[in-house]
Design a protein around this ligand. Sequence first.
Ligand SMILES: *Cc1c(COP(=O)(O)O)cnc(C)c1O
Length: 390
Amino acid sequence: MRIDPHAGFGTRAIHAGQEPDPSTGAIMTPVYLTSTYVQEEPAKLKGYDYSRTCNPTRTALERNLAALEGARFGLCFSSGMGAINTVLNLLRQGDHVVAGNDLYGGTYRICRTLYEKLGVAFTFVELTDLAAVESALRPNTRLLMLETPSNPLMKICDIAAIAAMCRKRGILTMADNTFASPFLQTPLALGVDIVMHSTTKYIAGHSDVVGGALVLNDEKLHQQLRHFQNSVGATPGPMDCFLVLRGIKTLHVRMERHCLNGMQIAHHLEADPRVARVIYPGLPSHPQHGLARKQMRGYGGMVSVELKATVEEAKRVASSFQVFALAESLGGVESLIDHPASMTHASIPREERLKAGLGDGLLRLSVGIEDAADLIRDLDRALAVLRSAS
Ligand SMILES: *Cc1c(COP(=O)(O)O)cnc(C)c1O
């Protein structure tokens, strides 16, 4: 079955890249648990030679992800970091990279602790400030990495404006589209060269697998990245690919519910006197709400909330949920809560953390797809700790 590339998102999510198994009619893509493939005669292949290089379950996933982003090529990795590392493999000594100043922590870490040592220079800028982005570009800037919405402050940067600025100068752009998912945002259509995903999050969606992906249109760049994918070997196994493919079949349905629940919770929290501010791109109070409306098709399930609370109080709130689970990661069907000051961003010294806008009372919610009424009751119950404390 060849799926029309212009078919709706849900149809592509369920069918693209997959066809019934020709030998049995099995409707689901088999998990090809094989490392090698028999050749008819030396170097005469039936399409595959070795499973680091490629595997049919992975091929189905790569084609599916490309279809979701409206792109020509997809490449899958054993983690989101494996995908990012492969993009950074394009760099050489003396190159300069511009990236957001609130990048995912793991991305920041690989830049500072690995690539800087190899002679690549990095500038981390406020991506919502286009003048600052422009003045950070140098003649040797080779790559710009953006992430929108950002983590955990949900800042929205102008993908089309940044992509155009870089394209004019021949600078490659990579957008980490993990928080939005292709259902809500397609950066390639806005001019970006490479879209990156941690498929661990919304794409797989069930907190049961770690994976990453790159999606792009340029054939030469695809060849280069595929070469690094095979050379480095951070490739996913067929079972992992199967789990991601299965998750994707409900991506559109899940995202719709994430958006509904996220919006309801954001509104509920915004009306609570114990809350200093709610950060959700779907709220008119969000500083880049207009831009979010322009480049996103919905606002997702990530909601950050700054409580009027000390670190200790916020930790008590975070520990008082019954439905939300206290855990890092995001994007699964179940709701999670994170206290950046003591968890995901604990390694940043307090002064620096406060300067970056990550207050002591900041909580990051990954709103799942449970019943909104239960989630709201759970939030009210946890916030009640605050009332008795103060
Ligand atoms: C989780 C995450 C990553 C890293 O992906 P892994 O699958 O954990 O390696 C990168 N970027 C963002 C925005 C993420 O949330």
